[in-house]
Design a protein around this ligand. Structure first.
Ligand code: ATP
Ligand code: MG
Length: 367
């Protein structure tokens, strides 16, 4: 899969710009604040239908424009395809694939992307939210229906949280609490099965990469953690539903008293172990970077296995954060697919990749 041509109209600091990329490595270089990350953000949008930096699409529209457009020519699933996205503050985003209207979650049927950004270096040490986001984004790329379940889950969770916060002022709100809890248990059962099976595959793919990468045979382990009453996350949806309901029942009173949703898939996490020890507490800085990178490269391999094509890999400013040995490892490993790497002008990375070089300056791209 490759992005052949991209046009941006009124997207972030791009007014009217278009660019053609190579099917191999593309290095995007330039001084700070010129539009390198903005460019990757636009490309990311083609697969995820959202930004990786903001929840608010209106921030993506150029200050002087009333709408933003991302137009792409892609080669994927053995054919030329076009994706057109229009963002107009105040209206829903408009997504066209080959001229046909699509939803954001359907974009992954046409374009798949793996992004590695400095935020991903927090995968190992930060709170569970980062690791849940990794799972949600990665599974959404492979299973478009997952995103619909997750949206429904988030909608119910938001409602239930509001009930638990506001019932003291308006006790009648509690009448609908059990319906929302039930809906959440149903969605949780579905999410848990997807997440458990993805984690199993991620673990299998990331461990050999990490072992290779660390050079010292270190063992990386990634394990899925969910609601404590779930005995087997691979069980049938029905069994999971009953187990989650049991947990829910037990915590009903505590939820009402604390004003918080205490049970459900929104508390899921990944346990990451290096040589059997929790990486969150014991990993060194180097081990943290190695593990985060191995997980991202594994995500790329899983997309290849699932779709038969390498996804487009976006590396935003990460090479500069890695030492020479890790940079080499990444650069040697990314063959086979299309990659876009951003870096600052003076880093000399562009020469080492042997790829095409693009200079970004104030929202213009020069080759
Ligand atoms: P760095 O090397 O520091 O990461 P970068 O080249 O990746 O820099 P970007 O984050 O791509 O920089 O671009 C930042 C620039 O884009 C800033 O100057 C910012 O003001 C501008 N910008 C962001 N959003 C908009 C917008 N909606 N309209 C116009 N300009 C914007
Ligand atoms: Mg940047």
């Amino acid at each position: 899969m490759r992005l052949e041509k991209l046009a941006l109209n009124g997207f972030r600091n791009y007014e009217w710009e278009s660019v053609s990329f190579s099917g191999g490595t593309n290095v995007i270089t330039g001084r700070n604040a010129q539009g390198k990350t903005n460019l990757l953000e636009a490309i990311y949008f083609l697969a995820y239908g959202k930004s990786f930096r903001t929840r608010f699409d209106k921030e993506l529209v150029h200050f002087d424009f009333s709408s933003a457009e991302i137009l792409a020519d892609l080669y994927s699933h053995d054919r030329e395809q076009t994706v057109g996205i229009t963002l107009r503050p105040g209206s829903a985003k408009k997504i066209l694939v080959n001229g046909v209207r699509k939803t954001a979650s359907e974009l992954s049927e046409t374009a798949n992307i793996v992004l590695f950004s400095p935020d991903d270096l927090e995968l190992i040490k930060d709170g569970a939210a980062v690791r849940r986001r990794l799972l949600d984004n990665a599974i959404g790329q492979i299973r478009p229906q997952y995103q619909a379940i997750l949206s429904e889950f988030n909608r119910l969770l938001e409602h239930k949280t509001r009930i638990l916060k506001d019932w003291k002022e308006k006790p009648s709100l509690l009448e609908t609490l059990d319906d929302f809890s039930d809906g959440l248990c149903r969605c949780s059962a579905k999410l848990i099965r997807y997440r458990a099976s993805y984690t199993l595959k991620l673990n299998e793919a990331a461990a050999p990469i990490h072992e290779d990468f660390s050079g010292s045979g270190e063992k990386l382990g990634i394990y899925y953690k969910t609601v404590s009453s779930v005995t087997n996350p691979f069980a049938s949806e029905k069994e999971l539903y009953y187990e989650i309901c049991a947990h829910q029942e037990k915590h009903r009173q505590a939820e009402i008293e604390s004003g918080q949703c205490l049970t459900g898939a929104h508390k899921d996490d990944l346990e990451i172990l290096i040589n059997g020890n929790p990486a969150r507490s014991f990993a060194s800085q180097g081990q943290t970077r190695t593990a985060a990178l191995s997980i991202k490269l594994a995500e790329r391999e899983l997309l290849l296995a699932e779709t038969g094509e390498y996804p487009i890999l976006l590396l935003d400013d990460v090479l500069s954060e890695l030492d020479g040995k890790r940079q080499e490892f990444v650069l040697n490993r990314i063959g086979g697919g299309q990659t876009l790497i951003t870096c600052c002008e003076d880093e000399g990375i562009s020469h080492r990749t042997g790829g095409c070089v693009f200079f970004v300056e104030n929202g213009r791209i020069k080759t």
